[in-house]
Structures are given as C-alpha cells and as structure tokens.
Design a binder for this molecule. Sequence first.
Ligand code: NAP
Length: 286
Amino acid sequence: MGQLIDGKAVSKEIKTSVASEVEELKKSGITPGLAVVLVGSDPASRTYVTNKEKDCASVGIYSEEYALPETTSQKELLDLVHTLNAKKTIHGILVQLPLPKGLEEEEVIQTIHPLKDVDAFHPENVGRIMIGNCRFLPCTPAGIMELIHHEGISAEGKRCVVVGRSNIVGKPMAMLLLHENGTVTICHSKTKDLKKICLEADILVAAVGRPKFITADMVKPGAVVIDVGMDRDENGKLCGDVDFSEVQHVASRITPVPGGVGPMTRAMLLKNTITAAKIQNGIPVL
Ligand code: NAP
C-alpha cells in the first residue's frame, strides 16, 4: 500500500514559517499585501478568492479584495491593475481566472507588474522559469516540488511523466522537474500510447482535469504519483485525476484529493507574496 503524501500537514508547516517571516518583516515596517481581483460571480472562483483571503489573514498578510461585476470592461479591469501596480501597500496582485467571456486574459496578465505577479503567469516570469532563474514559481508546480522535497524524493535521473500541458500546471511542472535533473516527458490529448509512457514513470504527475483518469494499470509498481486534479466523480464528490482507491496499491507514495496538492497551492501563494514584498523592499530572498 502506497504511503500518503500529506499536503495538508506540509502546507501547515509552510504557513507557520510564512507567519514568522511576516512577523519579521513587520518589525522592519513592512506588511506584505496581496490584492485579489474577482470579476463576475462564478461560485468556484468566489470560493477560491474567499479562501485566499482567509489564508492571508491566518499568517498576517494584509489583503484587499476587488469584486467587480460581470459587466466590467477590459479598460476598467486594466485601469484597476495599473492602480494596484502603483499601490505601495500592495506587493502581490492576483486576478482570479478564468475571466468572464469578452475579457482578454492575456492582456490582463501582461499588465500586472512582473514584480507583483505572484501567480507567475506574466511572460517575463514564465521566461525566467524556462531559464531556471525564477523570481516566483507558479503556485501549483512549486507546491508539488515542495512536497517532493519534503518526502526526500529526488527527481535526478528519474523518469518523470507529466500528463497535461497547461500553462499553469503541466508545462511549468515539467520545467521544474527538468531543472532538478529529471528526464521528463509531457503528455497531452494527442499523445499516442499514453499507458506505455505512464508505465515508465518513476514520478507521475496527473494534471488532466478528468476524474480517475489514471488507472492502476498505467502506474509502475513503486512509482510516486502526484494528483493535481480537482474533479467531481459520478456522485458529485471531489476527486482527483487518479483512481486513488486502486492506484494506492501500486504506487510507493501518492497524494490524496483532497488534502494533497490543493493546500500546497494555497500555501505557495502566501510564500510568493512574501517574496514579492522582500524584492520590492530590496530584501534578499533566500
Ligand atoms: P487544462 O488547462 O484543462 O489542461 C488539461 C490538460 O490535460 C491538457 O494539456 C490536455 O491536453 C490534457 N488532456 C486532456 N485529456 C487528455 C487525455 N485523454 N489524455 C492525455 N491528456 C489529456 O487543465 P489544468 O488547468 O492544467 O488543470 C488540470 C487539473 O488540475 C484540473 O482538474 C484542475 O481543476 C486541477 N488543478 C488543481 C490545482 C490544485 O491546486 N490542486 C491547481 C490547478 C489546477 P491538450 O493540451 O492536448 O488539450
């Protein structure tokens, strides 16, 4: 039976260390601040934003919420981002995606100042991830690397397979594993022989968005399995991209859903906000 990788417990440790960093920064007169922008009334996005604010409060980070109506124009949204770029008390800006139809996400992302881009979606920060000179790491892949490190797992020389090639998870995940000397394959919906490729993986990351997509016959015995998915099963219950009940018997270690990658993503946003506050105040980031 595979050992559980407890993202909830690891994220708690990270939050404790972030809270003590916030305390230190406050002694120097710096209160890290995060602005979260929500456009429209999508219930999932609303929940994410509320959770982000709660997380900030729990570690002493100042947060501001901007809840804009669905009818917000591109110009109004960009004007708000410009205002937040200039605001001294705000070190990190997060615009909750996806945006309602009619708004241009790419332009909004590119308008966020790269030093305040705590999601690491700005092309400048994406480029830095490619060259391995990151300022901020995208929250989900960074959280996964923290989990892997915490477990004492090294990617070096390992066969790593990432299923999914989104800009927010799959691609940066593959880059981070590559920077740590993994031999990485990225799979997607056009990949042939997916099962065969997955079976080669020592570290298998599933970021597909399909409930229980990775089945036990796709997993090499003893592999480390990381499940990014946040899906709903046939009964509407939260589940991952991995068929956990079966795969746990094959994997050596596995993240559960919930309680695996999700809490790590949330913790990494807090870490990025501290990093942003330090960079903007000329404090070295260790
Ligand atoms: P996405 O943008 O929809 O990307 C899904 C990827 O899966 C695409 O690259 C797609 O390939 C690939 N794919 C789809 N069907 C496939 C198939 N049959 N075989 C192989 N690959 C296939 O999703 P995402 O934003 O990366 O998110 C993935 C999952 O992670 C979702 O469940 C999301 O809710 C979850 N998520 C969780 C967290 C967290 O904190 N836990 C954070 C972010 C996302 P193509 O590119 O060819 O279409």
